[in-house]
Design a protein around this ligand. Structure first.
Ligand code: V1P
Ligand code: CA
Ligand code: ZN
Length: 390
């Protein structure tokens, strides 16, 4: 009897398709789908698969992806082959749809995109059908994709597709993004509606950090006829933010947003490039602090769609997402902080073999976020929330 097996706690579902994992973006490209293999190995070695319902994700259909994306763009994504990028007859579309170094055309690209998107759509539907309380797709979270443009390693915006599913059942959905980059694609997709409140925490430097958007003042087009005005919350940060300031900031901002907006569901993008020692990131968070944001989001008891995102030091991505899985299944107090002996690829976790290596100590970065700056951000968010009603 499932009631007895799980007397309290939430029903957690895991949505994944192993066929996502072997895709290669290319030799020097930072995005490595293999990090999903490492995550799954850790989750299984800890036995966490026993505490979730496991679903093999389907590929999203063309029609499902066309809920957000333009057909011209999907047609291109479906037919383009690796050798085509240099063909003159393709060059207009390659440029128009922004393919190139960040978004290369690799073998199996369309399968890769439809599989990670299918996982997020499936996860959202499980929440809507009340067959799950917390649904996880670590292969999703690709927040930069636009309706007719690839961007920043993202081709299909699974977050938008999943959120559109949630909006069929919930009047208001809140989107939270802790990837070190601005969640521009999701923000833009819901720019004109008051039914989604987007909140992104990110490193912001207009000229020197991708994608260069997400200033504090960018809150949605402020026309009196736009219901989506004020419904984009941006929390722009500087290099080196540490555990305590990030957790305090996250709790104040998200606590205030929840109180005002009272969403029926939450989508949480857990990009792990906000950890210390990330190959592309510049924050100084440890695995526990990243996980504390997930734990805090869970305390609201609202249906929760959890997706991955960035994260470019695979051993740390897998540590964070395994730890966060343990928080979601309420096993974080049970599992050992030493990486299990049985885990495949255990050599990747040396020399410490800990789930919680001291990332903030390993690459010294000054915290360029003063207390006054962070207090100013919180105050500005409170002011913005005055325009929003739940
Ligand atoms: O900075 C840029 C573009 C390239 N310039 C013309 C501007 N691109 C970044 C893209 C980062 C994408 C992050 C995605 C996510 O938010 C969600 C999955 O995490 C970029 C960087 C960088 N250091 O920011 N591209 C690359 N590095 C890159 C390096 C080697 C090969 C290919 C791309
Ligand atoms: Ca972000
Ligand atoms: Zn990122």
């Amino acid at each position: 009897n499932l009631q007895i097996a799980r007397p309290k706690g939430y029903r957690v579902s895991w949505h994944a398709n192993p066929a996502v994992e072997p895709h290669h973006f290319g030799q020097s490209h930072p995005m490595k789908p293999w990090r999903l293999t490492l995550t799954k190995q850790l989750v299984m070695a800890y036995g966490m698969h026993h505490a979730m319902d496991l679903y093999l994700a389907r590929a999203a259909t063309y029609e499902e992806m066309a809920d957000f994306h333009e057909r011209d763009y999907l047609d291109f994504l479906q037919q383009i082959m690796p050798g085509d990028i240099d063909k003159p007859e393709q060059s207009d579309n390659v440029v128009r749809f922004n393919f190139g170094d960040d978004c290369p055309i690799f073998d199996g690209l369309y399968s890769y995109c439809s599989l990670y998107a299918g996982g997020t759509v499936d996860a959202a539907r499980k929440l809507c059908n009340d067959q799950s309380d917390i649904a996880i797709n670590w292969s999703g979270g690709l927040h930069h994709a636009k309706k007719a443009e690839a961007s920043g390693f993202c081709y299909v915006n699974d977050i938008v597709l999943g959120t559109l599913q949630l909006l069929r059942h919930h009047p208001r959905v809140m989107y939270i993004d802790i990837d070190v980059h601005h969640g521009d694609g999701v923000e833009q997709a819901f720019w004109s509606t008051d039914r989604v409140l987007t909140v992104s925490f990110h490193k912001y430097d207009k000229d020197n950090f991708f994608p260069g958007t997400g200033a504090r003042e960018d809150t949605g087009p402020a026309h009196p006829l736009n219901p989506g005005a004020h419904h984009a919350i941006n929390v722009p940060l500087n290099d080196g933010i540490d555990d305590d300031s990030y957790i305090a900031l996250f709790k104040e901002v998200i606590g205030a947003c929840m109180k005002t907006y009272q969403p029926g569901a939450i989508v949480l993008q857990c990009g792990a490039d906000s950890l210390g020692c990330d190959r592309l990131g510049c924050f100084n968070l440890n695995v526990r602090a990243h996980g504390a944001c997930v734990a805090y989001t869970k305390t609201f008891g609202v249906p929760l769609l959890v997706v991955g995102g960035g994260g470019y030091t695979p051993r740390n991505v897998s540590r964070a997402w395994a730890h966060e899985t343990s928080i979601l299944v309420e096993a974080d107090n049970i599992i050992d902080s030493t990486i299990p002996d049985s885990v495949a690829f255990r050599n990747h976790f040396g020399p410490d073999f800990s789930l919680f290596p001291p990332l903030s100590e390993m690459r010294k970065l000054d915290n360029k976020n003063t207390r006054a700056y962070l207090e100013g951000l919180v105050e500005a968010v409170h002011e913005q929330l005055r325009y929003i009603k739940g």
